[in-house]
Ligand binder design. Structure first.
Ligand code: MOS
Length: 735
């Protein structure tokens, strides 16, 4: 039954990707293609006063310049602009809608020309005058001016009193700066005009979300727009909401009745979502034996002036550890910036960073081993609601991770381990994420030549969705992997949610199981009509599709070839589309967990930090593909290194403008920064989370990594830097 599920299967789209056959949004074209280039606002808040396009229009090859003054019509109500993942409160940004300026980098005009160079040159000739208004972009100045949000969990007991009575206490602020996704593929949309109908090739995590948005914004029929996204060159959350370039590409195509391509520059991409900056205050109080008696987690996060985007950083403190008392507080600060958005493990990458760095500091105060402290507070129930976990093998993550890493050889004293001119530091942390699934529809067409086409409007954002879909379908239909073809990334395919939240592997795999079972039942009915069929009187549950045949589960010898079943019925194709919803399991909490161990080496004179080893032990239910799963976790670990040591979007608050909007000055880890990364998947069977026991892997890989590295840096140097990223100037300044 499981020849492919669980194996290390190479990506079925790998060859197309490395040979350049796989086409991305900006690589589609049309004979009449026009090129768009943006004019963007240098001010952070105010109004556009005057727009002079005379010089731009004089350039040969320029078709037109669009602005709010001459654009085609767009919907005039907020609802039309609310995509599936838009924040509930607020008014989504409407590109080129009116003269209002809400953030630096906002598009104010689109130049259309016969080629890209002409469009970019003409854009530089558009003169814009603004009425500037005062802006605020610094979260640290607004820390006490936030609006209170409803805490995700109820407080327990009197945490203030318990904290004051604790044997050991730790209290500190942890800062996370704005971080940008910086996917390799630029945000791009190619709108192919076809007699009033438009096919948009877009870089997105959800074609149907973009489709619904565009139909709303341009008030057109669903059949007038089709959104395609066969391949995505990284998105990490930045492709969950439709970015402004997709609306502008379609707007432009409608304006000139031609096909239009709009690719943002790396700099322009910084005006679309990012991980919001935040200040978190953590208080932990414990008894002398290490049992927690008080947790308090206050988060101040930022959003734009026009939408209330936030996730719940404090959720993770409220569920993870046993504590007698607890309280949570979250305030949201408005800044004159574009609205932030989800970025890999939104709220957990940040919230767990603060919690797990604080736990390390508490362990130090208690003179306790960091793992021992976590085991002392280990909980088999979600502390926020008392529900047992559907499965939680975090204990085994600690054990296997520690053993592989060699944790028992750690000398607990800071600055005690060294080699040559480098201090060596070993740190660890816990990771946690949710295990979710969403309603989804899957169509399967099985043909008598032994081929199956599986289609669903999901995305493959680089995570390996094409491959796991083929693996699950091959096993469920009893066919070789090569006999399965996958269609996704097309808004006309069966319904799928956006690919995010680590829910797609569980959603689409269980969806394939449901539809495969419908196909199996159809085949069973046909097979039962054959004279002398051994399957007579049997139900679907008793039979299996394997090796191109339908057979009794208990006795493979009575197998009848699927091709024979279909031939005798006189059909050469069975097609089914089924929708899968998931029974609500209110009796359990559903989470993935991990234990991260990191080794850093820090130059004792100049503070240069190298992350030389990371072991990540993950408990995430059933692993569908060991190879792509390992890659997901490795990617998360590398990003966690970036979060700990490199990544930071810097704003010049005088202008409200992002200063390092390029990948030369926005630092991310490169190959030379990444050494040994060891991924362990701890066995975890889960019979409650969903029928396949899949929990998802996209996000858990990053969670805990920044804290493990920060804790290792402290252990190496004796210097605790709580403001990310831990750059060498902070290390040497405070030491
Ligand atoms: Mo993920 S941040 O939901 O793409």
């Amino acid at each position: 039954m499981t020849s492919y599920i669980g194996t290390a299967t190479s990506r079925i789209d790998g060859r197309d990707k490395v040979t350049g056959t796989a086409r991305y949004a900006a690589e589609f074209g049309a004979p009449d293609l026009a090129y768009a280039s943006l004019v963007t606002s240098p001010i952070a808040r105010g109004r556009l006063k005057r727009l002079d396009v005379t010089a731009a229009l004089k350039v040969q090859g320029v078709i037109t310049v669009l602005s709010h003054q001459n654009r085609p019509s767009m919907a005039d109500n907020d609802k039309a602009y609310k995509d599936q993942v838009a924040p509930r409160n607020g008014s989504p940004f409407r590109p080129l809608y009116d003269d209002g300026i809400k953030f630096s980098g906002q598009p104010v005009a689109v130049v259309l020309a016969e080629d890209l160079e002409t469009a970019s040159y003409a854009a530089s000739l558009v003169h814009v005058a603004y009425d500037e208004e005062p802006h605020v972009t610094d979260i640290t100045r607004q820390r006490y001016n936030g609006m209170a949000l409803k805490a995700p969990a109820k407080p327990r007991g009197d945490a203030t009193k318990a904290f004051s009575e604790s044997d050991a206490r730790h209290e500190a602020d942890y800062f996370v700066p704005i971080e940008h996704h910086n996917p390799m593929e630029l945000y791009a949309s190619t709108a192919i005009w076809n007699d009033g109908r438009i096919t948009v090739y877009d870089k997105t995590q959800g074609v149907q979300n973009v489709h619904g948005y565009l139909c709303g914004v341009f008030e057109c029929d669903p059949g007038d727009i089709r959104v395609m996204s066969p391949y995505v060159g990284g998105a990490f959350g930045s492709g969950l909401r439709p970015p402004f370039q997709v609306a502008l590409a379609v707007l432009a195509a409608r304006a000139i009745s031609r096909s239009v391509r709009l690719v943002l520059t790396r700099q322009q991409m910084y005006a679309i979502g990012y991980r919001p900056a935040m200040i978190q205050r953590i208080q932990l109080g414990a008894k002398a034996d290490g049992s927690l008696n008080a947790i308090s987690h206050d988060a101040v996060t930022s959003t734009s002036e026009y939408e209330d985007f936030h996730r719940n950083e404090t959720t993770w403190s409220s569920l993870l550890y046993r504590s007698e008392t607890a309280k949570y507080d979250h305030k949201l600060v408005r800044l004159d910036l574009p609205t932030g958005c989800d970025m890999r493990a939104p709220s957990a990458a940040t919230g767990v960073y603060a919690l797990e760095a604080a736990m390390d500091e508490l362990a130090e105060a208690l003179k306790m081993d960091p793992i021992e402290l976590r085991l002392k507070c280990y909980s088999d129930r979600d502390q926020s609601n008392g529900l047992p976990f559907s499965s939680k093998n975090l204990r085994e993550c600690y054990r296997q991770g520690a053993e592989t890493f060699g944790w028992s050889r750690r000398n607990p004293a800071p600055r005690s381990m060294r080699e040559g001119h480098e201090f060596i530091g070993w740190g660890m942390a816990t990771g946690v994420w949710e295990a979710l699934q969403m309603p989804i529809a899957v169509r399967i067409a099985l043909t008598s030549n032994g081929h199956a086409e599986v289609s669903c409007a999901t995305a493959d954002i680089g995570t390996g969705t094409y491959t796991i879909m083929a693996q699950v379908a091959a096993d469920m239909l009893g066919l070789p992997l090569e006999a399965i073809s996958i269609k996704l990334g097309d808004s006309t395919l069966p319904q799928a949610p956006v690919e995010g939240g680590s829910w797609m592997a569980a959603s689409v795999s269980n969806g394939i199981v449901t539809t495969s079972q419908a196909i199996r039942d159809d085949l069973l009915k046909l097979a039962q009509r054959l004279p002398g069929s051994p399957l007579k009187g049997r139900s679907g549950d008793e039979v299996v599709l394997a090796n191109g045949a339908i057979a009794l589960k208990t006795d493979g010898r009575d197998a009848t070839a699927i091709a024979d079943v279909m031939r005798s019925a006189g059909i050469d194709r069975i097609e089914r589309e089924e929708r899968t919803t998931f029974a609500k399991d209110d009796a359990h909490a559903h989470n993935t967990h991990s234990a991260i161990f990191a080794e850093v080496r820090v130059d004792e004179d100049i503070g240069v930090i190298r992350v030389t080893r990371v072991v990540s032990a993950v408990a995430a239910g059933r692993i569908l593909n060991l190879k792509t799963a390992r890659s997901q976790i490795m990617g998360g670990v590398v990003w966690g290194m970036g979060m700990a040591l490199h990544e930071e979007t810097l704003i010049d608050h005088r202008f409200g403008r992002m200063m390092n909007a390029n990948i030369a000055e926005y630092h991310v880890p490169v190959n030379a920064d990444v050494h040994d990364v060891d991924v362990i998947f701890v066995d975890e069977q889960d019979e409650f989370v969903n029928p396949m026991g899949i929990k998802g892997l996209g996000e858990i890989g990053i969670v805990g990594v920044p804290a493990a590295i920060a804790n290792a840096v402290y252990h190496a140097t004796g210097v605790r830097v709580r403001d990310l990223p831990i750059t060498l100037d902070k290390l040497t300044r405070t030491s």
